[in-house]
Design a protein around this ligand. Structure first.
Ligand code: ZN
Length: 110
């Protein structure tokens, strides 16, 4: 479900479910496509948002695919792990999946 902060849906969720992989490739950069559509991960310390810290009142981060709000600027912190980190997200904005199949516990957020 596509949901905005104020609770109104914008109908983009259904639109996004119908997109072909070619349409996603057209919309996203190569790096965004790799992360969002192929379960990719950028190498630690290379992301342009890792060291980007807006002021606490300066809005929120959104999904590059559908523009849904994910977490507020005030939730971002420097974890030192090399990837952008946040300690809370908007309700319903992120799905999680835990994968133990490789012998290492991996958390996917999507
Ligand atoms: Zn999205």
């Amino acid at each position: 479900m596509s949901k905005k902060i104020d609770g109104k849906t914008d109908g983009k969720a259904d639109e996004n479910k119908r997109k072909t992989e070619a349409e996603w490739k057209d919309q996203l950069t190569d790096a965004e496509y790799y992360v969002l559509r192929q379960k990719g991960t950028e190498p630690a310390g290379t992301g342009k948002l890792e060291k980007f810290y807006p002021t606490k009142d300066e809005g929120h981060f959104v999904c590059a695919g559908c523009a849904n709000p994910l977490y507020s600027a005030s939730a971002k912190f420097d974890s030192g792990c090399g990837w952008p980190a946040f300690d809370k997200c908007y309700t319903g904005s992120i799905n999680t999946h835990v994968d133990d199949s490789l012998g290492v516990r991996t958390f996917y957020f999507f």
